[in-house]
Design a binder for this molecule. Sequence first.
Ligand code: ZN
Length: 117
Amino acid sequence: MSELKVKQNVGTAKAVVILAALANEAQRLQLPRDVVITAVSDGEHSRNSRHYFGHAVDVRSKNFPNAEAKRVFLQRVLTRLGEGYWGLLEDEGTPNEHLHLEWRGGPRKRPLTEEVD
Ligand SMILES: [Zn+2]
């Protein structure tokens, strides 16, 4: 079974690394439903959110069969990502519930939404 690999230090936003881990773990677990990315650098997030730097990804959680399946998937993706990454089941039990994963290592870069001068 082939996987999407991202070489280290390709100089890209960490969202790409997170997306690869999500896709690979979904395939490994043979999840019965699609994994839906609901936000990367778009949408409204807290001020200075990692989303604006291209270092965070949100995933729809309401299509998982139960709470345990959400936790298992999140934990396995985080284990796959390794050091420097973090995530949680955000706003659990509300209409805004979703899995949030982000990269927390290293210095923040210029936000993707900011104009290059
Ligand atoms: Zn998020």
